[in-house]
Write a protein that binds this ligand. Structure first.
Ligand SMILES: Cc1ncc(COP(=O)(O)O)c(C=O)c1O
Ligand SMILES: N[C@@H](CCOP(=O)(O)O)C(=O)O
Length: 468
């Protein structure tokens, strides 16, 4: 299996190379040259299998011979052993024909654990083979950061630096990032938005001297392995509701577009997905783009679903690559316009291709709160605000003949203030995290400045043992 860049100008890589490389050297994102397909019989055979078995069947064709069967199976087993639910990603029914896919039973209570736990394992195998030491830098609006820290803390050959927007993540999210005591973990609170964090991260990747000097690696959904691991739960959910014998629809609370793009890949592999619905909060650039063909930034507005407060939706580039018939030059041109003019117009043909694949909806702040309140009464489910955005859009797009699955992306206890304001109930953290608010915090305030960030990372990563 070979991996190519969405901008068409970077070296073609193997799975392990793409995983350790992160951003392509032409600024694009790696995607598989061809998407392997699974037959109806292969999909049907997943019925009744464990999450781990399905994960192996879905991921193995993309991984090729990078890892042995035993290595991949071992990594999958270790990745999901710590999840708090035997099904890993259980489905609960909200209403006739509408289901919630609970993706928050991992160690940090958000869907990011599904991918981060497995890539933590795969990185360790690959680094041990190559005898390499790396510096992971991640950008987060709250959940990716804590999941990355959980997956990589304490590892000898990895430093982890996480950039998060100061004052724009929940207290629980911040403390998950600032309280780990391991010396290879560095939480950096940046003055700016998540988009600023992600832009500085991409700037670091595009500074080849810095990138090579520190052995820069990325665990955002820039990294193809992140997207791949998220494909699995589309299969487990759809098969348990009758696929491949019937079609299933999915609604996905969306920000950086990694999660819903994983659904697109599941469809490309042969899973009969009828609708893939993008659900946005008031930062609705993706919904506006699908509605009008114009991708235009108009400023990030802080919301009660802060992890989706994103305007530069990184993986939308991968969706555009497919919509433009895999024309890397066209995608590079759009990304240049985004950078220099703050937006771009999608061609009519590409817009039609996007609309054939995706539908979309937008949810206001008041509607998000109302959905948390109503769903508590209607189905008994206590939703986090991101999942509530999804559920509202999912209800609106549900069709009687096709089951709708909405992805519940985080545990309500990560956003207790919003949930309490909507329901009067304050969701508690699991016992293993009960003392989170008593643990000391360790965080560095950083400016939105590339040179300052690179200097800090160079210095902090050399504070420990001498690097090989
Ligand atoms: C809780 C939660 N829901 C939804 C999203 C959106 O997911 P994606 O960025 O993959 O679109 C995120 C973060 O991105 C998140 O943390
Ligand atoms: N909402 C995310 C933003 C980063 O997304 P990623 O999937 O690209 O890592 C977060 O919680 O950090």
């Amino acid at each position: 299996m070979r991996y190519i860049s969405t901008r068409g100008q970077a070296p073609v890589l193997s799975f392990a190379e793409a995983m350790l490389t992160g951003l392509a050297r032409d600024g694009g994102l790696y995607v598989p040259e061809t998407v392997p397909s699974l037959s109806k019989d292969e999909i049907a055979a997943m019925a009744g299998q464990s999450y781990e078995e399905v994960a192996y069947r879905v991921m193995a064709p993309f991984v090729g011979d990078t890892f042995t069967e035993a290595e991949l199976k071992g990594a999958i087993a270790k990745a999901y052993a710590g999840f708090g639910h035997v099904a890993r990603a259980p489905l609960v029914q909200l209403a006739p024909g509408h289901f919630l896919l609970e993706l928050f039973h991992g160690p940090t209570l958000a869907f990011k654990d599904f991918a981060m736990q497995i890539i933590g394992q795969l990185f360790q195998i690959a680094l041990a083979k190559q005898g390499k030491r790396i510096t992971i830098v991640g950008a987060t609006s709250g959940d990716t950061g804590s999941a990355a820290i959980e997956a990589f803390k304490g590892l000898e050959n990895v430093d982890v630096f996480i950039l998060f927007p100061h004052g724009r993540v929940s207290d629980v999210q911040r403390r998950q990032m600032t309280t780990p005591a391991e010396s290879n973990v560095h939480a950096l609170a940046l003055s700016g938005t998540f988009d600023d964090c992600q832009n500085r991260l991409k700037d670091m990747f595009n500074d080849f001297a810095f990138r090579d000097e520190v052995g820069l690696a990325g665990v955002n959904s820039i990294n193809w392995a992140r997207v791949l691991a998220q494909v699995v739960y589309y299969f487990t959910a759809a098969v348990s509701l009758g696929a491949p014998g019937r079609k299933i629809s999915f609604t996905v609370p969306t920000g950086n577009f990694g999660d819903i793009f994983a659904g697109f890949i599941a469809r490309e592999m042969g899973l009969p997905i009828e609708q893939l619905v993008i659900a946005t909060n008031q930062n609705d650039i993706l919904h506006r783009c699908l509605s009008t063909g114009e991708y235009r930034m108009d400023g990030v507005k802080p919301s009660i679903s802060p992890s989706m407060d994103i305007q530069i939706s990184s993986n939308f580039e991968r969706a555009l690559f497919w919509a433009y018939g895999k024309d890397g030059a066209a995608v590079a041109q759009l990304m240049e316009e985004l950078k220099t003019k703050g937006g771009f117009t999608v061609s009519q043909g590409a817009l039609e291709a996007l609309r054939e694949t995706y539908a979309s909806g937008r949810v206001s702040e008041a509607e998000t709160a109302q959905t948390i309140t109503e769903e508590r009464t209607r189905s008994g489910e206590l939703l986090c605000p991101h999942s509530a955005v999804g559920v509202r859009v999912g209800h609106a797009h549900a069709r009687p003949e096709t089951p709708m699955v909405t992805l519940a992306t985080a545990h309500p206890a990560k956003f207790p203030d919003a949930v309490e304001a909507a329901t009067g109930l304050r969701p508690g953290l699991p016992a293993r995290m009960a003392d989170l608010f008593e643990r000391p915090e360790r965080v560095t305030r950083v400016p939105n400045d590339l040179a300052a960030l690179e200097a800090l990372i160079r210095k902090a990563r050399t504070l420990g043992e001498p690097r090989a």
